[in-house]
Ligand binder design. Structure first.
Ligand code: NAD
Ligand code: TYD
Length: 338
């Protein structure tokens, strides 16, 4: 089966490409290579027969249409996005452009090319913050609170409309927070791991009692393959890791695993509009596809830390000037030392 993957040079997309290639899928990877896209993430598959990389923007309708016509993939698996909430607060424009207009551009091209499956990779953040003990189900209202989650919710709704209006066989997945190797070190876990290993301060927003459900990236990729094979068009599937933890607990566990010290924790100014709690019910994907998360947080965290310890070159190269500027813009005003 041939897949057009968008955003396959990012964190989750590259894990998916590596997994799908070893399972015999042919892949065309369309990626713009923004700050988050990194071809080093794909060195393991770069020379494989059946793998092709195309550098380009999902907002480029001509390019997307040409690729679909040339390659005739059976399915589109759409990861490409601006993905970081803090960046969406600093600078929301690119989120609207890529996440909303980019998804629209792909949907249009997929409709014209009569694509057999369109898998849209979305997030639990579209449901907004939920009070305990509620677990969001696929029919819950969308109440996004950040420019990032609002742009993803908008794209989910566009996907829905293409199924209802044009019969495009599209599926939406909504996963919880991912972690694992190759994650760009601006997200909670890799940022905390690197700061802990380097003896720096660990910036916890507000009281750190916010709850996220952690999903190991390979479990997410297996869920996407399961949905691609066994999911029903027009449906939405939640993909949770079943590992709900307060941020402060995550940070303490990172410090314990890295030999760091709790004195490194620094509570800093909270994120504006910070969602308190995400929580998913994943009964539907369990029931319909048989998928289950396999990697517990206590197994996945040491695997992740070990990967970062073994890849100092990768870390150094992704912390380019752009990264330094972002770090300063996001944390400078919060009084965090570099
Ligand atoms: P990422 O930021 O690591 O990677 C995004 C990739 O998309 C990069 O390779 C980037 O170069 C590419 N890209 C960005 N704009 C593009 C454009 N206009 N055209 C082509 N390529 C473009 O993101 P990620 O964490 O791997 O997330 C992938 C997807 O999964 C996103 O859609 C995100 O919303 C969703 N998701 C992420 C998480 C998470 O915890 N990271 C959880 C649930 C859902
Ligand atoms: P993040 O990895 O940005 O994912 P998301 O906002 O998409 O859930 O953040 C996870 C949680 O960690 C979120 O509640 C914000 C918090 N956080 C901090 O406390 N400090 C930080 O430096 C970062 C990046 C995140």
């Amino acid at each position: 089966m041939k897949l057009l993957v968008t955003g396959g040079a990012g964190f989750i997309g590259s894990a998916f490409v590596r997994m799908a290639c070893t399972r015999g899928f042919e892949i065309i990877n369309l990626d713009k290579l923004t700050y988050a896209g990194n071809l080093e993430n794909l060195e393991l598959v770069a020379g494989s027969p059946g793998y092709r990389f195309v550098r380009g923007d999902i907002c480029d309708a001509g390019l997307v249409e040409r690729l679909l016509a040339e390659e005739q993939p059976a399915a589109v698996v759409h990861f490409a996005a601006e993905s970081h909430v803090d960046r969406s607060i600093l600078s929301p424009g690119a989120f609207i452009e890529t996440n909303v207009r980019g998804t629209f551009t792909l949907l249009e091209a997929a409709r014209k090319a009569r694509i057999e499956r369109f898998l849209h990779v979305s997030t639990d953040e579209v449901y907004g913050s939920v009070e305990p003990p509620h677990e969001s189900t696929e029919d819950d209202a969308l109440r996004p609170n950040s420019p990032y989650s609002a742009s993803k919710a908008s794209s989910d709704l566009l996907v829905r409309s293409y199924w209802v209006t044009y019969g495009l066989p599209a599926i939406v997945t909504r996963a919880s927070n991912n972690y694992g190797p190759y994650q760009f070190p601006e997200k909670l876990i890799p940022l905390m791991v690197l700061n802990a290993l380097e003896g720096k301060e660990l910036p916890v927003y507000g009281d750190g009692r916010q709850v996220r459900d952690w999903l190991y990236v390979e479990d997410h990729c297996r869920a996407l393959l399961a949905v691609l094979e066994r999911g029903r068009p027009g449906e939405v599937y939640n993909v949770g890791g079943n590992e709900s933890l307060e941020n402060i607990e995550v940070v303490r566990r990172v410090l314990a695993e890295t030999g760091g010290n709790d004195a490194q924790i620094r509570h800093v100014t909270d994120r504006p509009g910070h969602d308190r709690r995400y929580s998913l019910s994943s009964e539907k994907i369990f029931h319909e596809t048989g998928w289950r998360p396999e990697v517990s947080f206590s197994a996945g965290l040491p695997l992740t830390i070990d990967w970062y310890k073994r890849h100092p070159g990768w870390i150094e190269r992704v912390r380019t000037r752009e990264y330094q500027q972002y770090y300063e813009a996001n944390y400078g005003g919060r009084g965090l030392k570099r």
